[in-house]
Write a protein that binds this ligand. Structure first.
Ligand SMILES: CC/C=C\C=C\CC(=O)SCCNC(=O)CCNC(=O)[C@H](O)C(C)(C)COP(=O)(O)OP(=O)(O)OC[C@H]1O[C@@H](n2cnc3c(N)ncnc32)[C@H](O)[C@@H]1OP(=O)(O)O
Length: 318
């Protein structure tokens, strides 16, 4: 009797834990339960925000703001940690179908908080062994890279809506997003060269794919500022809008459109497009064969067919 009871208890908890792996809903990482200081989750993308966290809207769009407006949304350690937590929580919140991210106040972000560089040096200097010091620095750079890569790894599309300054680490961040939109006030700079740093958290890896190697090198060698119109011309952003309200409106419309599509299919498109970037056409065609032979016959296909036949919008599960 006792052994049977033990077996049943462990079967139940195994199933529970497995279900969390498949569709995680752990309270600790649910978006609505998180409190952020340097990020704000807002009902809409427009208007000013005083912060707060209202969770994801019924439309499946998560509106995120970098929220240190008095410091031009520079990434301090709190913000790095919160971005990591945010993207982890998005994976654990199935209702999120698309993410839009913007900056609060005067711009998107002025990149790494310069105080972090000073703190990094202080922490590294406190490690007496040269090898361990370098090992520690390597692991710190790897952690920054992981956080910057989070939008690319995210299971849903992430749209960056850039107004005002977008400097250094902020360029690293937006190049890992699926789609970048901006307004005419957007001012970009691959600023690391002016700090005598080889940009090391993503820009030099992703920017050449977006704008071409020669153009990426010119921007990274000079650190010069360039504005929305040029960013669109060279292919860094998809579109430059006339002003910030229009930008936020258009970003929201795009996110809502994406969120209305089959989430399973959107996830597939993201994976397939990402795979083709890093593989040959032949390998990528083979990958999509596998994807669709596994995923084509979904409830979403049936819902889409019914929607076409009945001329009613389809309803998809997350
Ligand atoms: C392992 C490495 C990992 C990551 C590496 C990332 C690399 C980078 O991100 S390099 C780029 C670093 N960023 C910068 O160099 C930008 C510095 N800021 C500026 O040059 C200017 O602030 C500006 C963006 C040109 C805007 O100028 P302005 O409009 O005149 O505003 P300010 O008065 O200068 O700024 C308002 C307020 O914000 C503070 N602030 C702005 N940016 C930063 C920042 N990056 N770090 C820390 N603080 C910043 C600025 O000091 C002001 O604060 P006050 O308290 O009001 O003085």
């Amino acid at each position: 009797m006792i052994r049977q009871g033990v077996r049943r208890l462990s079967t139940v908890s195994n199933a529970l834990l497995l279900r969390e792996w498949i569709q995680p809903a752990s309270q600790a990482t649910k978006l609505a339960d998180l409190k952020f200081e340097t990020l704000a989750i807002t009902e809409s993308l427009s208007g000013n925000s005083t912060g707060g966290n209202s969770g994801v809207g019924a439309d499946g769009v998560l509106n995120v703001r970098l929220h240190r407006p008095t410091k031009l949304n520079a990434f301090d350690m709190q913000m790095w940690n919160e971005l990591e937590t945010l993207f982890d929580a998005i994976e654990h919140t199935p209702e999120v179908r698309a993410v839009v991210i913007r900056g609060e106040g005067r711009g998107f972000s002025s990149g790494m908080d310069l105080n972090v560089f000073a703190s990094m040096q202080e922490v590294m200097m406190s490690i007496p062994c040269e090898a361990r010091k370098r090992e520690a620095l390597l692991s710190v750079i790897a952690r920054f890279q992981k956080i910057i890569s989070a939008p690319e790894k995210c299971r849903v599309p992430v749209i960056a809506a850039v107004h005002g300054s977008c400097i250094g680490g902020a360029v690293d961040f937006i190049t890992a997003c699926d789609i970048r939109l901006c307004d005419t006030s957007a001012e970009f700079s691959v600023k690391e060269i002016d700090l005598a740093i080889v940009a090391d958290i993503g820009t030099l890896q992703r920017l050449p794919n977006l704008v071409g190697e020669q153009q990426a090198k010119e921007l990274a060698y000079t650190g010069r500022s360039f504005f929305g119109a040029e960013a669109e011309k060279i292919g860094l952003v998809l579109k430059t809008h006339v002003d910030a309200p229009t930008l936020f409106n258009q970003a929201t419309t795009l996110a809502k459109t994406i969120a209305s599509k089959s989430p399973l299919t959107v996830r597939g498109v993201k994976k397939v497009v990402q795979y083709q970037r890093d593989h040959s056409t032949e390998d990528s065609l083979a990958q999509v064969q596998l994807w669709n032979s596994a995923m084509l016959y979904s409830n979403d296909l049936a819902a889409a067919m019914t929607a076409i036949a009945t001329k009613k919008p389809p309803q998809f599960e997350n």
